[in-house]
Design a protein around this ligand. Structure first.
Ligand code: FAD
Length: 184
């Protein structure tokens, strides 16, 4: 994510521009408060990351690259001033849908994780569903699809993105190997 301060002649501190997703340049962007534009990238999003040890900042080269890409989408942004950047990781599941469920083994332990790039926009509904599950022990029908642990997730969900799925021992190996190790 790169923060760009927009040039004064392009909206200045109070100006706005459209929220955009530019698939030709692998970026998305939106205006932020104070004359800033935030530019995110979808480059290399499928490269595995170690959530305990990943690069959280951006290099000068990456910042320059994403400013240049943003300038391709909105030409005035070629004159924007970079104000730093940061990186996060997508917590993907094999089918890119979250796991919303009660977890076995510990009373009162629930899971709402694995939202890929959709955690914010799904959160109002997810909050309601999880509240119902926690308070009543029941799930709305639509929530059943997001069951997680372990057999329903492994067998009922779309696992085509896994490289291999040896069901004996329920261990999942593939590009998500660092993140998913279901030794049950
Ligand atoms: C670059 C990027 C762009 C995104 N864009 C969008 C978007 O446009 N729209 C959208 O809807 N979603 C987007 N997302 C996804 C969204 O950010 C996530 O789905 C959402 O933040 C996940 O929320 P969460 O509460 O599950 O996890 P997190 O926000 O990751 O929260 C988990 C928290 O747990 C803490 N934690 C971790 N381990 C421990 C521990 N052992 N002990 C105590 N605390 C711990 C972490 O520090 C963190 O604060 C984007 C994600 C990324 C990375």
């Amino acid at each position: 994510m790169v923060a760009l301060r927009r040039p004064n002649d392009f909206g200045g501190r109070s100006g706005l521009h459209a929220v955009g997703l530019d698939l030709t340049r692998d970026i998305y962007l939106r205006p932020d408060a104070g004359g800033m534009t935030l530019v995110g990238s979808s480059e290399n999003v499928f490269s595995p990351s170690n959530p305990d040890d990943y690069t959280q900042g951006l290099t000068e080269r990456e910042i320059a690259h994403f400013r240049s890409m943003a300038g391709g989408t909105i030409p005035a942004l070629t004159r924007a001033v970079p104000r730093g950047g940061w990186a996060g990781i997508y917590d993907d599941t094999p089918d890119f849908h979250p796991i919303l469920d009660k977890l076995p083994g510990y009373e009162g332990l629930y899971c709402a994780a694995g939202f890929s790039g959709h955690g914010f926009k799904l959160s109002p509904n997810v909050g309601q569903w999880m509240a119902q599950l926690i308070l009543t022990g029941t799930k709305p029908d639509d929530m059943q699809h997001f069951s997680g642990w372990p057999s329903s997730f492994l067998l009922a969900r779309n696992l085509m993105t896994c490289n291999t799925l040896p069901l004996t021992g329920l261990s999942m190996v593939g590009r998500y190997a660092h993140a998913i190790n279901l030794e049950c």
